[in-house]
Write a protein that binds this ligand. Structure first.
Ligand SMILES: NC(=O)C1=CN([C@@H]2O[C@H](COP(=O)(O)OP(=O)(O)OC[C@H]3O[C@@H](n4cnc5c(N)ncnc54)[C@H](OP(=O)(O)O)[C@@H]3O)[C@@H](O)[C@H]2O)C=CC1
Ligand SMILES: O=C(O)C1=N[C@H](C(=O)O)C[C@H](O)C1
Length: 242
């Protein structure tokens, strides 16, 4: 049994996490939201799980380091300064950061990497995602994770090969680019498709989240796994052995 502290506990994911912690026989040591004291919570749990906002990331990492406990970061919308902070924290404690904690999406990423590696660079890659109307970041963390998988399979750098916004007279698609499109509406928990478009044929690899319980379940499994790791930066692949 692991004592889990939830950052962002009143949010959509926070609520789903509370249920998953109980389902898996662990203990919820408590939760914090904006303005709450995280130090108190950190000192009475074995691991922190963060599904809040990028602005909270640095103080969340500090609290985990202060208490000497691991932290799982599920928050998306992270920029390079956040990834640098995670790399620094991972020298002191175990940190698992991922744009998606579900088994299905991480399996999809493995398939995308394989397809991108096997198909030649003349197969264009486009990533389409749709989420609920309340989502505040785009492209989704999952779309970026899938983009990284495609870029890795192809042996290219994602940052310098992304086409994220198309509007007006855009000119032709960049050679070898990985394109992103984000749709928002309704209550969609998370739909992602990776389209590989070649000459007169295309392949679409997709995942549909029917309920955010799948993210919560994966996050709780990841958090429990993290309590048995040495300091370092981990991904869901490390946990799932993909
Ligand atoms: N990796 C994954 O598998 C998944 C990642 N996510 C990501 O998780 C994050 C949360 O999503 P969701 O639950 O839908 O969002 P919500 O807006 O429903 O919840 C976010 C919660 O975090 C709280 N919060 C905001 N700022 C802070 C802060 N500085 N310190 C502590 N708590 C804070 C909010 O409080 P308040 O309302 O007061 O601001 C709110 O309770 C998003 O980045 C989302 O993309 C979501 C699903 C899966
Ligand atoms: O905000 C969400 O809801 C989700 N966010 C994650 C993302 O940005 O990919 C994961 C999931 O798709 C739901």
């Amino acid at each position: 049994m692991v004592r889990i502290g939830i950052i962002g506990s009143e949010g959509r994911m926070g609520q789903a996490l509370m249920r998953a912690v109980e389902e898996q026989g662990h203990e919820c040591a408590g939760g914090v939201d904006r303005g709450d004291n995280l130090e108190n919570l950190s000192n009475k749990c074995d691991v922190l799980v963060d599904f809040s906002a990028p602005g909270a990331l640095k103080s969340n990492l500090q609290a985990a380091i202060g208490a000497g406990i691991p932290i799982l970061i599920g928050t998306t919308g992270l920029e390079s300064c956040h990834h640098d902070a995670i790399d620094n924290a991972a020298r002191a404690i175990p940190v698992l950061q991922t744009g998606n904690t579900s088994l299905g999406v991480n399996m999809l990423a493995a398939l995308v990497k394989q397809a991108a590696a096997k198909l030649g660079p003349d197969w264009d890659i486009e990533i389409v995602e749709m989420h609920h109307r309340h989502k505040v970041d785009a492209p989704s963390g999952t779309a970026l994770l899938l983009g990284e998988a495609a870029a890795e399979g192809r042996g290219i750098d994602l940052d310098t090969n992304s086409e994220r916004c198309r509007d007006g007279h855009t000119g032709e698609r960049g050679e070898g680019a990985i394109g992103f499109a984000a749709l928002r509406g309704g209550t969609v928990a998370g739909d992602h498709s990776v389209i590989l478009a070649g000459e007169q044929e295309s392949i679409t690899l997709s995942h549909r989240a029917e309920d955010r319980a799948i993210f919560a379940r994966g996050a709780v499994k990841g958090a429990a796994w993290l309590t048995e790791r040495e300091a370092g930066r981990y991904s869901m692949d490390d946990m799932l052995g993909l």
